[in-house]
Design a protein around this ligand. Structure first.
Ligand code: ATP
Ligand code: MG
Length: 153
């Protein structure tokens, strides 16, 4: 069906409100109001929900998240997602989309998790014919770039 990404994200922020407050974190959205993806709402939800869940778990108190729609072409919408937290070291980065893979960055040992979140994100992006990349930010933190096809057919 037709999924409004702005609406989906605003509802998601309500769900995360207490956790964000507890972690002294904030999220900035730069998503056009009228941006729709004709896709699977549960999978689209899982993309953003797992990324935000990770930032809250790992980035560290006081960090912030930014989610942006930065480009579109005929077939795709392009998004960036970043936090300015603890980050993931270069040697772990190539494997973090693998099932059960967890980076050994101290926080992940303390925080429970199965290492499935990012593999779910990758599959959900793939379902929407998109691609996802991760990058360590030079200012610190973690950045993801992904595309989602506007129309599945
Ligand atoms: P699950 O999502 O199944 O609860 P998980 O969070 O450990 O478990 P993933 O979401 O796949 O698994 O993330 C893989 C690993 O990547 C995490 O264990 C963590 O070490 C690292 N990671 C993911 N996102 C971030 C982030 N925003 N900042 C720092 N490290 C991160
Ligand atoms: Mg996770």
């Amino acid at each position: 069906g037709n999924v409004s990404i702005g609406k989906l994200l605003n509802e998601m922020l309500d769900d995360f409100e207490l956790k964000l407050e507890h972690a002294k974190m904030d999220i900035q959205l730069h998503i056009p109001e009228d941006l729709n993806i004709n896709g699977n709402s549960e999978l689209l939800d899982s993309v953003f929900r797992n990324l935000i869940d990770n930032s809250i778990k790992y980035a560290g108190e006081g960090s912030s998240i930014e989610i942006k729609h930065y480009f579109e072409d005929n077939n795709y919408h392009y998004f960036s997602y970043h936090d300015n937290g603890i980050g993931i070291s270069e040697d772990h980065l190539p494997r973090i989309f693998e099932r059960f893979y967890r980076a050994d960055n101290g926080r992940s040992r303390k925080m429970g998790g199965t290492g499935l979140g990012l593999s779910i994100v990758k599959n959900a992006v793939g379902f929407h014919k998109g691609r996802i990349f991760v990058k360590a930010r030079k200012e610190g933190g973690t950045e993801f770039f992904f595309s989602l096809k506007k129309q599945l057919s």
